[in-house]
Design a protein around this ligand. Structure first.
Ligand SMILES: [Fe+2]
Ligand SMILES: [Fe+2]
Length: 254
């Protein structure tokens, strides 16, 4: 089941699919989640990842849609676990690639790509209208953690794809797809968020933007998906977290 992914939202025209995990849990390798939106038969890939996971992600995607029908690849930011597979994805699909304007000149370092298919997202975000008429919104998430970073809200499913925000790192053998016990889940998120996120002020600003959207689920790029009660619990936890600049002396060890 985990290898073939799971449909987490579905109506007559629109699907939101979690694309599964590696069968083996590898040590020293941060596990990633990839997602696929299918709207009226057209595909949108969210952070499809690096070369290492590509064969598995491509196989799972192909079980849902033909790669030729993928129009859009969205990258939250420039990290290798997010976007280092860009050249292979561009070769295997006709998709246009959406990423912060801060990274358009850097991602060609991941391989030979057609720059005409890279669409820079301005700092204030924006939106894309899908075949059904429903929209995807690029919500600014700069400095959480990348300096040029977006989260994506799918207004049809009301699922917020949050990239590294909400990421969890599980001990081997402990992984699960949905957060059932938020209080227990915090221990798998805390170290990462305290060290990688810029500051409480930035966390609060992002929460103020996304809570207005009333997401039904928050789907991060690592760890487990928040839905129901755990969405509100996560946003409350994140807005109160001290991170980055707030704890800078601790980070420097002085
Ligand atoms: Fe990252
Ligand atoms: Fe990541």
């Amino acid at each position: 089941m985990k290898e073939t992914g799971e449909v987490i939202y579905e109506d007559a025209e629109h699907k939101f699919v979690w694309l599964g995990w590696e069968e083996e849990e590898e040590e020293g390798f941060v596990q990633t989640n990839q997602y696929l939106i299918i709207d009226k038969g057209r595909g949108i890939l969210l952070d499809p990842g690096g070369a290492y996971v590509l064969p598995r992600v491509m196989a799972t995607v192909s079980a849902y849609i033909s790669p030729e029908d993928i129009d859009v690849i969205f990258y939250t930011h420039q990290d290798p676990d997010v976007s280092s597979g860009v050249a292979l994805w561009m070769k295997n699909t006709p998709a246009k690639v959406y990423i912060s304007k801060l990274w358009t000149r850097f991602i060609p370092h991941f391989g030979s790509i057609d720059l005409n298919r890279i669409i820079p997202i301005e700092d204030g975000g924006g939106s894309l209208t899908l075949a059904s008429g429903s929209k995807l919104h690029f919500i600014p998430a700069h400095f959480l953690h990348s300096v040029g970073n977006f989260t994506l809200f799918d207004e049809r499913s009301k699922i917020l794809f949050s990239g590294d925000i909400g990421a969890a790192v599980f001990p081997k053998g402990e992984r699960y797809i949905f957060v059932e016990d938020f209080d227990k889940h915090v221990q798998y998120m805390e170290n990462f968020h305290r060290r990688y996120m810029a500051s409480k002020e930035v966390c609060q600003l992002w929460v103020s933007l996304v809570e207005k959207l009333e997401p039904k689920a928050i789907a991060p790029q690592h760890g487990a998906i928040f839905k129901g009660e755990s969405v509100r619990k996560f946003l409350d936890w994140f807005r109160n977290l001290e991170s980055g600049v707030d704890i800078i002396r601790e980070v420097y060890g002085v």
